[in-house]
Design a binder for this molecule. Structure first.
Ligand SMILES: [Zn+2]
Ligand SMILES: [Zn+2]
Length: 267
């Protein structure tokens, strides 16, 4: 089964606009995908209101209206959302609890200063300390719960690189193991995310040694997503993700329907 369980439409403030849900589903059908998850952004912060979504209410309502069940002979469409920092604002739990959703992606985008990891000035920071703080936050988010898929744990690697500094988790594998342990114990699916294909790493994440470690520790649940913010990027990186997953010993991908896990053969 060809799946893409992480993508954005025009509802996400950082995605191509206009870009309707209907446009997105049609693009996914053209790309030959079998199961997709609509997962627009909704980020929560400590000291400012939620954002990253142009109209979160309409977004999840329309996604739920447009969802299509499995077994109809066509593409299966799941209604989801990508919640940033679900652990920092009780309104995030309220939102998830009060809206019908197939899947919730849990993401760490913004650090405790409410600034997205993307926007920090790494030349001026102690990057090791930054990464420790990042792992602390991911662990808090995992402990908090309320989501199904643990998104792009290598997000900092994508954006921290500057001249003279190449970020890596290799010296942080003890912290990575803590994150993976929590992921396994709480039943989240670890996401293989293709956004790194467009950056300096030119590959899907997480790094392969992280995937090996997850498998060695007993991890079984993985998710696969393009993180497409355009129509053209749907399905991006799927074959790479399958190859990486199979190389690490995974044989199925976990799909959440009405927040319950189902297991679908890889590839
Ligand atoms: Zn994200
Ligand atoms: Zn995303």
């Amino acid at each position: 089964m060809r799946v893409d369980l992480h993508m954005h439409t025009g509802y996400s403030a950082d995605a191509d606009f206009p870009q309707t849900i209907d446009d997105k589903i049609a693009a996914c059908e053209r790309a030959g995908l079998d199961i997709i998850g609509l997962t627009d952004h909704l980020d929560f912060f400590r000291r400012r209101p939620p954002e990253e979504n142009r109209d979160a209410e309409s977004c999840v309502r329309e996604a739920w209206e447009k969802r299509r069940p499995a077994g109809n002979g066509g593409i299966e469409v799941l209604a989801g959302i990508e919640i940033g920092q679900i652990h920092v604002d009780p309104a995030a739990d309220d939102f998830v609890r009060t809206h019908p959703l197939d899947m919730v992606i849990g993401s760490m985008h913004a650090m405790p200063d409410d600034l997205d990891i993307y926007f920090h000035e790494y030349e001026k920071l102690d990057c090791d300390a930054f990464l420790h703080e990042y792992f602390d936050e991911v662990l808090k988010m995992e402990e908090h719960g309320g989501f199904d898929v643990l998104a792009h744990i290598d997000y900092p690697l994508r954006v921290m690189k500057y001249d003279g500094y190449t970020p890596s988790f290799d010296h942080f594998m003890d912290r990575v193991e803590q994150v993976l342990r929590s992921c396994i114990d709480r039943g989240y699916a670890l996401e293989l995310n293709a956004a790194g294909l467009g950056g300096w790493q030119k590959r899907v994440g997480p790094p392969q040694n992280v995937l090996y470690e997850y498998r060695r520790m007993g991890g079984e649940r993985i998710s696969i997503g393009s993180d497409a913010h355009t129509l053209a990027a749907v399905g991006r990186g799927f074959d790479d993700s399958v190859r990486n997953a199979q190389d690490a010993g995974f044989t199925y991908v976990t799909v959440f329907r009405e927040r319950k896990p189902h297991f679908v053969p890889l590839g």
